[in-house]
Design a protein around this ligand. Structure first.
Ligand code: PGA
Length: 251
């Protein structure tokens, strides 16, 4: 049985004060010692240290939304893995569609980041997903296959066990349009079959594949009920303690 993983991607939201408010509501609303799923929050960089301090003693884990693959040096505006680890991060979102489309991140760059994260002890949540026109053109599987192939290039069996995959159809992100549970399940099953081809049965059965894209407290249960959906990556609905807690409870 795979344990479900619920992650909140706060994106460019919540200053320090708002971070303190949201974390305090989350930690008082969730049982401290016994959660039936793993919970991760990914605040913006400026809130990571504060979030880490406030999350001590809770079961909620911390993730960052991005990083660079070099260790240090003249990379103005970038953040290294060591910096993220020093403020308590265990996870990092990589390959998010907003990074790909707005900031022009390529599969090759994402692959370099994934390799660096794993070798330095940070667990990547590796996001993949097709655009609306790609789904309409019937090439969803080709896109998913390509993103997985290049994103996971030269990632060994020992390394892949540290990776969470998040399937996020781009047309469902922040739009209120969720993939139907059946549509999502179909792609999740396909992703698991590709992992099976590359890494074998045992790894493919254990790897966590989250769904993301307009998940909320109303649709979460049905999505999370699907055989190959092992959790959710949540944007908008993770910004309100009540809805995030309801999604966690839906597991
Ligand atoms: P959304 O975002 O839940 O607001 O659609 C999900 C994501 O981008 O990770």
């Amino acid at each position: 049985m795979r344990r479900k993983v619920i992650a909140g991607n706060w994106k460019m939201n919540n200053d320090l004060k708002e971070t303190q408010n949201l974390i305090s509501k989350l930690s008082s609303g969730l049982p401290l010692d016994n959660l039936n799923c793993d919970v991760i929050v990914c605040p913006p960089f400026t809130s990571l240290f504060e979030a880490h301090t406030l999350l001590k003693g809770t079961k909620i884990k911390l993730g960052a939304q991005n990083m660079y693959y070099e260790s240090s040096g003249a990379f103005t505006g970038e953040i290294s893995v060591a910096m993220l680890k020093s403020v308590g991060c265990e996870y990092v979102l990589l390959g998010h569609s907003e990074r790909r489309t707005i900031f022009g991140e390529t599969d090759e760059l994402i692959n370099n980041k994934i390799k660096k994260a794993i070798s330095s002890g940070l667990k990547p949540i590796f996001c993949i997903g097709e655009l609306l026109e790609e789904r309409e053109a019937g090439i969803t599987e080709n896109i998913i296959e390509k993103q997985l192939k290049f994103g996971l290039k030269n990632i060994s069996s020992e390394e892949i066990v540290n990776v969470i995959i998040a399937y996020e159809p781009v047309w469902a992100i922040g739009t209120g349009k969720t993939a139907s549970p059946e549509q999502a399940e179909e792609v999740h099953k396909f992703i698991r079959s590709l992992i099976n081809e590359k890494y074998g049965e045992s790894i493919s059965q254990n790897i966590i594949i989250q769904y993301g894209g307009s998940v909320n407290s109303k649709n979460a249960k049905e999505l999370l009920f699907q055989k190959n959906i092992d959790g959710a990556l949540i944007g908008g609905a993770s910004l309100k303690a009540d809805s995030f807690i309801e999604i966690i409870q839906a597991t």
